[in-house]
Each structure stands twice: as structure tokens, then as C-alpha cells.
Design a protein around this ligand. Structure first.
Ligand SMILES: CC/C=C\C/C=C\C/C=C\C/C=C\C/C=C\C/C=C\CC/C=C/C(=O)SCCNC(=O)CCNC(=O)[C@H](O)C(C)(C)COP(=O)(O)OP(=O)(O)OC[C@H]1O[C@@H](n2cnc3c(N)ncnc32)[C@H](O)[C@@H]1OP(=O)(O)O
Ligand SMILES: Cc1cc2nc3c(=O)[nH]c(=O)nc-3n(C[C@H](O)[C@H](O)[C@H](O)COP(=O)(O)OP(=O)(O)OC[C@H]3O[C@@H](n4cnc5c(N)ncnc54)[C@H](O)[C@@H]3O)c2cc1C
Length: 670
């Protein structure tokens, strides 16, 4: 036991940089680090936030436990008079999916984004004080991705000055909204607005669905939970629900009227803001999900890295730091490094691109407030594309981390199965990842077509202004070290991205209609969108390194991580880089050489690099990822805690095992 604890300490002593300074870089600022660190410790030390029994609870127990925690969170927020920032850290570290995620993450933002000032003044105080609990009811049984296909209707009745909300078909039942099944009192419901006999498409409406006195559904409302979801624990603590309306009436002023409104006379009036703002809550949540992706991936990487340093298998006998003969740490196998280190690098890359995306979103909001809508298309493309790219990579990465931990990774106590089950739906919710990439490709094709009109591409598409150069340039790498030059990397990624996009644009012209072309070429368009999004991540990582980064050795570690992130992408997408002529086969081979050498350079720092995430053992929730590396005794201890071990002889022995054994014995005697 002692040896293993010493082992991680030895790993930490090998770090070539200041972990404390890296913690600040990871957190984003000294202030963010201090607040999050304080709240993380507060949560970890409070028995009310225990979560180690989650996997063995039944659905009902799990749900009730999540309700209890959500109420306790609210109590602590008020008792401690936490600021909004501290409160969101508290919810984050409690790490229990519950209705509050949707209430704060979608219901409140939808009101802020789509309601008029007057409506906000009425509804936001109620929501902010949790006098009402809200959900976001968009998706239906029959349509999720195709928002324009939603069937729920909101028909204006001029006589009573009300909207009648109705579910005309089974497929129009709302299906999936979190917190809807058993908790929410109100919902932002997306429905087709019909007035004067005309259908004006999907709009948002604020609808009360349960009584604030006895919690029963209001007349005309049928509501319930949609059932168990994948994995133990994970999303089963939350009540994703179904909802049907039978001619439910709401006052006219509960239509969210920032984008358009209906007058007392039933006239539909558009405001001067773009219709797409109706989808504003999705833009907001997608940028949050990019930050979630870096957190979920970094959690998994932290577990797999610490465990890989503790675990030993095979190998020529080594001497450890105390001169004892030991087997090889699995982290020293090159295959383990080539699977794990790119994931560590990705966690950092996603953190930085998430930080940038948050800036982009804040900038968008400021512009929208000044009636400047010019950056909305780019913000939509970036949030959609990066949400897709980072969640797909993080979900795959978590699964890889579990396999990197061998058999023990499959145990609930490793924390990895639940993390995977909780995160994998991020590839679907807030927009299916493929559907979102197709949105990005649409944006790219539009940008390319506008190049011919002389319109200058801006922001993340600014590189497209150099299309002529990027289409014909040749990569200058001649030796492996050349791959350490950021401008060489950047140009290779820009060349690959634009060549894939231009090829799609040219091929699209060969079809009878753009629609047909888009449909036939959609796999290629998705690849072009991925290339563009990877370029954004790469360029934001490189930009981060150009900032003033303090701390002993910190910048050097980030440079190595950036190199690994980029070179591994080249390695994984070699087909793209070679087929577009962005690099040559010889240069690809030099990139692989450089990648291997970066792994060796990173090796002694990896434990410190995951320590820099500053995750408490409570938050990690993993025996394999414990800070002290004391894995085996704790695994044994955890095993004893399983309810099956409550009794020596299992329940069912007398009914099913003993008679069987006796029968066999009798048969043998006959
Ligand atoms: C127990 C816990 C244990 C452990 C925990 C451990 C770990 C936890 C780990 C992770 C979990 C972490 C966090 C979880 C937190 C919260 C999660 C909780 C719940 C999830 C909540 C989910 C909510 C939802 O899913 S809500 C529903 C979302 N739905 C969608 O996203 C639908 C997707 N579809 C669309 O967006 C659209 O329909 C469309 C695909 C865009 C197509 O629409 P349409 O046909 O109308 O559009 P066009 O293509 O014609 O485009 C028209 C035009 O508009 C532009 N456009 C489109 N969208 C937008 C937009 N959003 N903003 C701006 N502009 C937009 C488009 O580009 C076109 O423009 P042009 O005409 O110029 O081309
Ligand atoms: C855990 C979880 C929580 C959720 N929470 C909420 C919530 O709070 N509120 C809410 O309103 N919704 C919620 N949702 C619903 C979610 O937003 C939708 O499931 C999501 O938008 C995907 O839509 P879909 O299910 O209709 O998938 P579909 O669109 O039916 O996708 C099925 C398949 O078809 C493909 N596909 C679809 N369209 C195209 C196309 N045009 N081109 C190519 N391929 C296509 C997809 O790639 C996918 O492979 C939640 C979902 C989950 C899993």
C-alpha cells in the first residue's frame, strides 16, 4: 500500500513545471481558480453531497436522492448567501443531474433570450427564486432535429385573447424535456403559431403545466416520465418527460414576444430582430456544452492517467525509486501513451476553445443588444460545430479511458461507466452531432460562394480570404523539428480545410439542384465541416500560447500538448491531408516521428498535468483516479460495500441454489 502511495508522489516529483500556476491557466484566472477551489472543497466535505452509492440505488431512490440534493443545494446557496458565480460552481461540483440543470440552463436562458422586457420582469423573479420550476419543451415524439416539423399548435382565439395549446397527434407529444416528467411547474413550449387561419411556424410559449398548490397536472395536461435511460445512475436521476395538451388555454401575453408578436386583433407582427433568435437558447447551451466536454474528458483522463501510473504489468524487472524490483508501469508502454496522451492534450485544447467560445458568445450578446446581428451566423456555426466536434471526441475519449484501465475500468467504482453514460447523450441533445455539422457545412458553402462576390470572410473563416494561396501552397516541412513551428501546422490545417470545402463547393455545382447536391454529398460536407472545426481548435490553442503565460515551465508543457493535439489529428486524418496534397507522405512520416518524441517529452509531467485540473476525489468519484494512488486496498474496500456482500449466504440460496445442489447430490447417490 505504502509503495503505491509513494509511487504517485514520485511521479509528482518529476514534473518540470509549476502545477499551481497551471491550475490557474486551467481555471481561466486566479479568481476563477480560487472560487472553484473553495466551492469544490466545501462540497467534498459536506456529507449531504455524498454520491458514492449512486450506482446501487433503484430508479425511484436515485430520483428522490437527486431531489433531496437539489433542495439541499438551494438551501446552502441561500444560507451561505452565495453569488451567482459561486452558486453555479456549487451545482457543478455536486455533480448530480437534476431538474435544476434545465431550469437554470435552458428555461431561464430561453426567457432571457426570447421574452420581451415586460415579460422578463414578470417571469424571471419567479424563476430566479424557484417559485416556479421550468423546463424546455421543444422536442416531440416525432421530431427533434427538424424543429420546423414540430406539430404542437398554439391557435389564437381572438374572442378570449388566449392561445389554445394542443397536441393534435401522438407524434406531437413533447418527449425528452428534462425535469418535465415529475417536477416542472412551467414549460417553455415550442408550438406552431396559428392566427387568422394562417400557420406562422414554430414559436415559444410559456405554459403552466402543474398546480402550484398540489402539483397535480392542470386540466387538459397529460404528463409523465419517459422511462429508464442508458446506464446505472447517470441520466436516470433526472425525469425526462412526455407532455400532451388537450386544448389548454394560456393568455396571449404568454407567447414569448421578443422576435414577433400577435396583437389583440390577432395580427402577426414581426420585430426587426432575425427569426433565428428564437433558437437563441440553443446557441447559449451549445457553448456551455463545449466547456462540459473538456470537463468530462479531463475527468476521464485524470482517472486513466493516475491509474496507468499505479498499474504495473509485465516488462523487464525495473528498480523503483527505493531500489526494489518491480514490473513496468503501464503508462510506460508506448501504445498506452499513444492512446492516452492525445486525450490529455484534447482536454486542454477543448478547455481553451471553450474559453474562446464563451468570449465569442458574450461578444454576440453585446452586439445583439446594440441591434448588430452581423456575427449571429458565425456564432451559430461555431457553437454548433464545436459542440459536435468536442462532444463526439469526449464521448469516444471517455470510452477509451475506460479501456485504458483494463478490467477495473469496467467497475462502477472506477467512475468511468457512469461518466460515459452521463456524457454520451451530449452527442445527441442540443442538436444531433451530424445534423449540426451539416449546419456548419451550409455556412461554409455560403462563405465560399460569397468569396466570388468580393465579400470578405471574417472571424473563423478569415483564412478563406487566402483561398488562392491555400489551394496551391506546399507544406515546407523537411525534418521532424519543422513540425514544431506553429505557422507550419496552421497552414497545413488551413490548406486541408479549404481544399475539402472548395472540392465540395465544386462538386455541388454538378447536381441538378443544390438540395440534391447537399443530400448526395452530405458525407463529404460533414468531413469538410470537421476539418474546419478542428482548424478552429488548433488555431485557438496556438493563439493561447501567444498570450503572456506565466509560471515556471507552464508554457513549455502547453506547447508540447498543443503539438501532440495537432500532430495526432494529422495522424488520425492522414487520408484528408494526403488526398488534398496538404502534406506529402514523407512529411506525414516526419509528423509521426515528431509525435513519438513529444510523447517521451510529456511522460514525466503527465501526473502533474492531470493534478492541474484540481479535481477533488469527491468530484472524480473514482477509486482508480484517487489522488493518493491507493487503488488496490480501496477497490477491495469498495467491493465489500456492495449490497450483495451484506449477507454471507445470498438471498435466494434457500429457494434456488440449495434445492438444486440437493437434487444433484441425490441423483449422484442413486
Ligand atoms: C448523475 C450524474 C453523474 C455523473 C455526471 C457526470 C458527468 C456529467 C457529464 C456531463 C453532463 C454535463 C452537463 C449536462 C448538462 C446539461 C444537460 C442536461 C440536459 C440537456 C438538455 C437538452 C436540451 C435539448 O436537447 S433542447 C432541444 C435541442 N434541439 C435541437 O438542438 C434541435 C436541432 N435542430 C436545429 O437546431 C434546427 O432545426 C436546424 C438543424 C438548425 C434546422 O432548422 P431549420 O430547418 O429551421 O433551419 P435551416 O437549416 O433552414 O436554417 C435556417 C437559418 O437559420 C440558421 N440557424 C439555424 N439554427 C440557428 C441558431 N441556433 N442560431 C442562429 N441561426 C440559426 C441557419 O444557419 C440558416 O441560416 P441561413 O438561412 O443564413 O443559411
Ligand atoms: C438525455 C437527453 C436529454 C434531452 N433533453 C431535452 C430537453 O430538455 N428538451 C428538449 O426539447 N429536447 C431534449 N432532448 C431531445 C434532443 O434535443 C433530441 O433528441 C435531439 O435534438 C436529436 O433529435 P432526434 O432525437 O429527433 O434525432 P433524429 O433527428 O431522429 O436523429 C436520428 C438519426 O437521423 C440522423 N439525421 C436526422 N436528420 C438528418 C439530416 N437532415 N441529415 C442527415 N442525418 C440526419 C441523425 O444524425 C441520427 O443519426 C434530449 C435528448 C436526450 C438524449
Amino acid at each position: 500500500m505504502e509503495r503505491i502511495m509513494d509511487h504517485l508522489a514520485h511521479e509528482r516529483s518529476k514534473a518540470q513545471f509549476s502545477v499551481e500556476e497551471m491550475k490557474i491557466i486551467w481555471a481561466g484566472s486566479l479568481h476563477a481558480f480560487q472560487v472553484s477551489d473553495r466551492i469544490a472543497r466545501l462540497v467534498a466535505s459536506d456529507p449531504g453531497f455524498r454520491k458514492d452509492n449512486r450506482a446501487v440505488l433503484s430508479r425511484k431512490e436515485l430520483f428522490k436522492s437527486a431531489l433531496r440534493k437539489a433542495a439541499y443545494v438551494w438551501k446552502r446557496i441561500n444560507e451561505l448567501a452565495l453569488s451567482e458565480e459561486e452558486a453555479s460552481w456549487l451545482r457543478f461540483y455536486v455533480d448530480e443531474l437534476a431538474y435544476a440543470y434545465i431550469h437554470w440552463g435552458m428555461f431561464v436562458p430561453a426567457i432571457k433570450g426570447s421574452a420581451t422586457e415586460e415579460q422578463q420582469q414578470k417571469w424571471l423573479p419567479l424563476a430566479n427564486n424557484m417559485q416556479i420550476i421550468g423546463t424546455y419543451a421543444q422536442t416531440e415524439l416525432g421530431h427533434g432535429s427538424n424543429v420546423r416539423g414540430l406539430e404542437t399548435t398554439a391557435t389564437f382565439d381572438q374572442e378570449t385573447d388566449e392561445f389554445i395549446i394542443h397536441s393534435p397527434t401522438l407524434t406531437s407529444s413533447k418527449w425528452w424535456p428534462g425535469g418535465l416528467g415529475k417536477v416542472a411547474t412551467h414549460a417553455v413550449v415550442y408550438a406552431r403559431l396559428i392566427t387568422d387561419g394562417q400557420d406562422y411556424g414554430v414559436h415559444g410559449f410559456l405554459v403552466q403545466i402543474r398546480s402550484l398548490d398540489d402539483h397535480f397536472p392542470l386540466p387538459g395536461v397529460t404528463v409523465g416520465d419517459i422511462g429508464m435511460k442508458f446506464g446505472s445512475g447517470a441520466f436516470n436521476s433526472i425525469d425526462n418527460g412526455f407532455l400532451r395538451f388537450n386544448h389548454v388555454r394560456i393568455p396571449r401575453n404568454q407567447m414569448l414576444m421578443k422576435v414577433s408578436r400577435v396583437t389583440r386583433q390577432g395580427k402577426y407582427v414581426e420585430s426587426n430582430v432575425p427569426k433565428q433568435l428564437l433558437y437563441g437558447a440553443m446557441v447559449y447551451v451549445r457553448q456551455i456544452i463545449v466547456a462540459d466536454a473538456s470537463i468530462a474528458l479531463s475527468r476521464a483522463v485524470c482517472i486513466a492517467t493516475r491509474y496507468s501510473a499505479v498499474r504495473r504489468q509485465f516488462g523487464p524487472p525495473h528498480e523503483d525509486e527505493n531500489g526494489k524490483g518491480v514490473e513496468t508501469q503501464v503508462i510506460d508502454y508506448k501504445t498506452q501513451q499513444s492512446r492516452l496522451f492525445p486525450l490529455l492534450a484534447s482536454a486542454y485544447a477543448f478547455r481553451f476553445v471553450g474559453e474562446w467560445l464563451k468570449w465569442l458568445y458574450t461578444d454576440l450578446i453585446q452586439k445583439l443588444e446594440a441591434n448588430d446581428f452581423s456575427t449571429l451566423p458565425e456564432a451559430h456555426a461555431c457553437t454548433a460545430g464545436l459542440k459536435s466536434l468536442t462532444t463526439s471526441a469526449a464521448a469516444d475519449g471517455i470510452k477509451e479511458c475506460w479501456k485504458l484501465c483494463g478490467g477495473h475500468g469496467y467497475l462502477s467504482s472506477s467512475g468511468l461507466p457512469e461518466l460515459y453514460a452521463a456524457f454520451v447523450p451530449a452527442c445527441t441533445y442540443e442538436g444531433d452531432n451530424i445534423v449540426l455539422l451539416l449546419q456548419v457545412s451550409r455556412f461554409l458553402m455560403k462563405t465560399i460562394s460569397q468569396l466570388q462576390t468580393g465579400k470578405k470572410p471574417i472571424g473563423t473563416t478569415a483564412y478563406m480570404a487566402h483561398v488562392e494561396h491555400l489551394i496551391q501552397c506546399r507544406c515546407t516541412v523537411q525534418k521532424a523539428e519543422d513540425w514544431l513551428n506553429p505557422s507550419v501546422i496552421l497552414e497545413a490545417f488551413e490548406a486541408r480545410a479549404i481544399r475539402l470545402s472548395v472540392a465540395c463547393a465544386e462538386n455541388l455545382t454538378k447536381f441538378a439542384t443544390p438540395l440534391q447536391g447537399f443530400s448526395e454529398l452530405s458525407p463529404d460536407l460533414v468531413e469538410a465541416a470537421v476539418a474546419h472545426c478542428q482548424l478552429i481548435v488548433v488555431s485557438k490553442f496556438i493563439e493561447k500560447l501567444q498570450q503572456n503565460i506565466e509560471g515556471n515551465g507552464v508554457k513549455q508543457q502547453l506547447e508540447t500538448l498543443c503539438n501532440i493535439y495537432c500532430l495526432n489529428l494529422i495522424h488520425k486524418h492522414l487520408g484528408d491531408f494526403l488526398s488534398t496534397g496538404s502534406i506529402s507522405p514523407k512529411q506525414a512520416s516526419l509528423a509521426s516521428d515528431q509525435l513519438r518524441s513529444r510523447y517521451s517529452k510529456l511522460r514525466s509531467n503527465v501526473i502533474a498535468l492531470v493534478d492541474a485540473f484540481n479535481y477533488t476525489d469527491h468530484f472524480l468519484g473514482s477509486v482508480l483516479g484517487r489522488y493518493d494512488g491507493n487503488v488496490y486496498p480501496k477497490l477491495y474496500e469498495e467491493a465489500w460495500k456492495d449490497p450483495l456482500n451484506d449477507s454471507i449466504v445470498p438471498d435466494g440460496y434457500h429457494e434456488y441454489i440449495q434445492p438444486l445442489l440437493k437434487q444433484q447430490l441425490q441423483n449422484a447417490r442413486l
